[in-house]
Design a protein around this ligand. Structure first.
Ligand SMILES: *Cc1c(COP(=O)(O)O)cnc(C)c1O
Length: 400
């Protein structure tokens, strides 16, 4: 196996090449340094690792299967397709891998309260869940528009005892929810930990979230070697902030034969601002603590975004993805709302699996690529979540 020399460990300030870093007000420097120090201690502590793997297994349901999608493979007539079934995790998406890791850290730091931002509501639900399990107070910030389109998840969070704050500022989606969560953290940092939900934000979050999510790729690597006795040719994952994608990609970065593609939200197409494809229409800038690719206008004002899936509807992308792209290690494309909806329906009917609309973007790319590959080739696609939360919206759009 030839190896690919790729630089993907950040420096001490959290820079992935020219991306990443720590762009925060002075009041957040200390809490971030405290978090970083505690995280590095925990990472080296066998007791922490043991506790984390115990709850990942017994509470979350890991390992998740690597499932051969037989009918999808046959219909597309090309590469053999495997689904990494993160949709089968407790609460229905990969988000809980990270929420669990961070709540254990919060406990170690003696915090009694956790806060989170959420877009689709999946991260809010995962955080409310682990907060309930460990008896911590939990507040989740969610844009008012997202509260509306993901009402089921709002009920779930409240059922779990969390307070859901509907944020009415600006576009009323994820960006505004993150602003409110940061404001809360500055005010209450002594007893509060901010569980950020993706591989984004100020150092150490992108590094820490990636490391909590790399369990996806570690398992997938072991599983494909067991099943096929070789590495996959292609990895595919959708990219919102980038946590499920980096979680799958990271353990394969050194394997030159493994190609990887991240799929952003193409919305209604890459014209104007009816999409959230940062690598297609964006440029380099700083937003919410880090430097990365951002959808902004010439004056640096953050553009409005759109996607059929709330979980991909964000103006910036995680800094490690920007760095992998610049090094030519991973490539990034997009799927439109229509392509994602078609993939949603196709996977449901062919495999008996209703994917999240976010994950459907990755499936759409598989539908495009698999037929161009040979039956000897292998694709692993990350099925980052299940689609129960999206069924009403999809039914309306597909006129079912
Ligand atoms: C939140 C979410 C995403 C997008 O977030 P990433 O950090 O990019 O993974 C993708 N899929 C599902 C199911 C989600 O809930």
């Amino acid at each position: 196996m030839s190896s690919f020399v790729v630089d993907s460990q950040p420096d001490a300030q959290g820079h992935f090449g020219p991306f990443g870093g720590r762009f925060v007000p002075e009041t957040l420097m200390h809490p971030l340094q405290e978090l970083e120090a505690e995280y590095f201690r925990a990472q080296q502590d066998p007791a922490f690792q043991k506790e984390l793997s115990y709850y990942l297994r017994e509470f979350c349901g890991r390992p998740t299967p690597l499932y051969h999608a037989e009918r999808l493979t046959r219909e597309l007539g090309g590469a053999r397709i495997y689904l990494k079934r993160e949709d089968l995790l407790h609460t229905g998406a990969h988000k809980i891998n990270n929420s669990l890791g961070q709540v254990l850290l919060a406990k170690r730091m003696g915090k009694t309260r956790v806060i989170a931002e959420t877009g689709a509501g999946q991260h809010g639900v995962a955080t409310a869940t682990v907060a309930a399990m460990f008896g911590l107070q939990c507040v989740v910030y969610m844009g008012a528009h997202d509260c509306e389109r993901q009402a089921l998840n709002v009920y779930r969070m409240r059922m779990l005892g969390a307070e859901v704050v509907s944020v009415k500022a600006g576009q009323q989606t994820l960006k505004e929810a993150i602003n409110e969560a940061m404001r809360d953290w500055v005010t209450n940092v002594r007893h509060t930990h901010y569980i950020l939900g993706t591989a984004y934000g100020a150092h150490p979050y992108p590094l820490m979230v990636r490391n909590f999510q790399r369990v996806i790729g570690d398992e997938a690597r072991r599983q494909i070697l067991e099943k096929e006795e070789r590495l996959p040719d292609l990895l595919v994952a959708c990219v919102g902030g980038g946590s499920n994608a980096i979680g799958l990609f990271f353990p394969f970065l050194g394997d030159a034969s493994v190609k990887m593609v991240g799929v952003e939200a193409g919305g209604e197409g890459i014209v104007g601002n009816r999409h959230a494809a940062r690598f297609q229409g964006g440029s380099i800038g700083v937003l919410q603590g880090t430097r990365s690719f951002i959808l902004q206008d010439e004056a640096g004002q953050i553009q409005l975004t759109h996607s059929v899936s709330a979980g991909l509807d964000y103006a910036a992308v995680g800094p490690e993805h920007a760095w992998l792209r610049e090094q030519g290690r991973a490539e990034y494309t997009y799927a439109t709302d229509d392509a994602a909806l078609a993939a949603f329906q196709r996977l449901a009917r062919l495999e008996g699996i209703i994917p999240a609309l976010e994950s459907s973007h990755a499936i759409a790319e598989v539908i495009r690529r698999a037929p161009t590959m040979s039956p000897q080739q292998l694709i692993i696609v990350n099925l980052s979540g299940r689609g129960d939360k999206d069924v009403a919206q999809a039914a309306e759009k597909l006129k079912l």
